[in-house]
Design a protein. Structure first.
Length: 575
């Protein structure tokens, strides 16, 4: 149905009646919110169309529901553990008070009967909606859910020995059915406490990896935080075999096998509502087994696309490609550049009941409810190509391939993209234009590349400056020109570069990371260059004429916006 003849009712019609929106704008907002699978209220507020207070006031009057200011609510007084936190987050609902058989809940849209019915079914009480402002509800709900995670708060506070020994740890799925039993001596209390404490400290610090590294005369444990490795502990060298054995038992590996690499998983339950997965890999080295744990937090896959760091036009291009009925979206970059989060964020946007989504991954990093995820296992012949063939026999709408590694996988993925399917995948290339030539070098015909690929995203991750301690840096205009700032739209005399300082709230002046992106749309002109056998330089030149920004330009825009430092931009990108 076209926006021009869409019949309005309910809240959108009331917004038109109150002259807050004209009819065309209201119709477009309804259509866009449905396309992006977000509530109308959220869409209107986050796009700056109307303020949260305006919408809340209109909603309350339209539906005869009380309006409440959440600034006056004490989160600690809200009923705890009464509704599953995932359900609250999904529907953006906050339990405010319970009186007998009545539960009052704060929400933005009291017409969301599906959400009300789900909560009523779980709690077994009458649910009374109270209208609140969207922005205040998000803040209050986050505080409420964090308060529910008491297990995490206790574990990261003053831990005693009993807590450290009795963490709720589950081993991941076994890789083989004939794993031997764990040997003796792997469960001694000091080793258990030490390993558990390291896992908890890594989560608290926001680390992405933990490295256990044996050397001839030393042993060290390092955390990778915001992309940078930092030494955290130096246990005695003679503990190396016992630490390795403990980690291998936790992840259900064969502790008697020290000659070949092994893979496993650990699940750490922090509370009833939050669990963290660890992907574990061992590597035999000269002085023992090096073990790396990759920390997989499922909440990272539930970030909104606006949190990833895309510029407005880049985000718009990604969203448009996601909602195309067919085609191929490729995300490229080195290991640890955030490709998986970009793909999972896109899949979460597309994950609706009417779509059949299947993924082939190696390994499956984060479990996504409602998506059919397949673990590739080359030892039994389940390759990316075989998984893709099976997907195409099961009537998929959307297919995600963890990585295109060879011509066979590329050809099947392209065939899927050309036959009415949306395909998402990754490649290891340095830039978006190089991705196209990489496919050609694999042996994919230029015609197939030009007609199947719809969007390419190349990305890196840069550390964010700490908002509390960053300070202005005095950089002369000539140095800004030398660094390439004339390539971005911000005038040089308006650019203020910031530098890291360091405080109690951050690590060396940085806290968190932000994505740096280049987004290449497949235009007719770019397609012609591919068909003519052009190289990545020719593709990049044409794309720039059409508004394409390189990784370097995107990084400098983040510097000009005060998000990251010039040193960090230079670390992750080059001219």
């Amino acid at each position: 149905m076209n926006a021009s003849n869409m019949a309005l009712r309910g809240l959108p019609q009331r917004l038109v009646n109150d002259a807050l929106l004209d009819e065309v704008s209201a119709q477009e907002a309804v259509k866009s919110s449905e396309a992006e699978s977000v509530p109308l209220v959220q869409y209107l507020v986050e796009n700056g169309t109307l303020s949260a207070l305006q919408i809340a006031d209109v909603t309350a009057h339209e539906f005869g529901v009380p309006l409440f200011d959440l600034n006056y609510l004490k989160i600690e007084s809200c009923p705890k553990a009464i509704v599953d936190a995932n359900l609250l987050t999904k529907h953006l609902i906050l339990p405010m008070s319970r009186n007998g058989n009545r539960l009052q809940v704060a929400m933005c849209d009291p017409t969301n009967l599906h959400a009300i019915n789900e909560i009523r079914f779980q709690v077994g009480t009458t649910v009374e909606p109270i209208v609140v402002e969207y922005d205040k509800l998000k803040v209050a709900l986050n505080a409420y859910v964090e308060g529910q995670d008491e297990g995490l708060g206790n574990a990261l506070g003053d831990l005693d020995d009993i807590q450290l020994e009795s963490l709720d740890l589950e081993a991941g799925e076994e890789l083989d059915d004939d794993q031997p039993e764990a040997g003796e001596g792997t469960d001694d209390a000091p080793i258990v406490r030490f390993v558990n404490k390291l896992l908890l400290d890594a989560i608290k610090k926001g680390a992405s990896d933990i490295h256990f590294e044996p050397y001839e005369k030393s042993y060290r444990v390092r955390f990778r935080t915001d992309g940078i490795l930092e030494e955290m502990a130096k246990p005695p060298t003679n503990l190396a075999p016992r630490l390795a054995a403990r980690l291998k038992v936790m992840s259900q590996m064969d502790i008697s096998e020290r000659r070949v690499p092994q893979d496993g998983r650990i699940k750490l339950k922090l509370s009833k509502t939050r669990a963290i997965d660890f992907r574990v890999n061992t590597l035999p080295t000269q002085y023992g087994e090096k073990i790396v744990l990759r920390i997989l937090d499922p909440t990272s896959a539930q970030l909104g696309i606006e949190m990833l760091g895309y510029e407005e036009d880049q985000q718009e291009a990604y969203m448009k490609a996601l909602h195309e009925p067919q085609g191929m979206i490729l995300v490229t970059g080195p290991t640890g550049s955030g490709k998986t989060v970009s793909l999972y964020t896109g899949l979460n946007i597309l994950n609706t009941p009417e779509r059949n989504i299947s993924t082939a991954e190696d390994p499956i990093e984060i479990n996504l409810e409602g998506i059919n995820q397949v673990q590739v296992n080359s030892r039994v012949g389940l390759t990316f190509a075989e998984a893709l063939r099976a997907f195409l026999r099961q009537d998929p709408d959307i297919v995600m391939v963890g990585e295109i590694r060879d011509l066979e996988t590329a050809e099947i993925a392209i065939k899927a993209a050309q036959t009415g399917h949306l395909v998402l995948s990754t490649l290891h290339t340095n830039s978006a234009p190089e991705t196209l030539t990489r496919l050609l070098n694999m042996g994919v015909p230029s015609f197939n590349v030009a007609t199947s690929v719809s969007l390419i995203i190349a990305q890196r991750l840069a550390r964010r400056l700490c908002a509390k301690c960053k300070e202005p840096a005095n950089i002369p205009e000539s140095a800004l020109i030398e660094q390439g700032f004339e390539m971005i739209s911000t005038p040089l005399n308006e650019i203020q570069v910031f530098q890291p300082v360091g405080c109690d709230s951050c690590t060396n002046g940085y806290k968190g990371r932000v994505g740096i992106y280049e987004v290449l749309k497949m235009s007719p002109a770019v397609s012609q260059i591919i068909m003519a056998g052009g190289n990545s330089l020719e593709i990049g030149k044409q794309a720039k004429e059409e508004g394409f920004r390189t990784l370097r330009q995107s990084a400098l825009m983040k510097v000009a916006a005060g998000v990251t430092s010039l040193q960090e931009a230079n670390r992750v990108t080059k001219d």
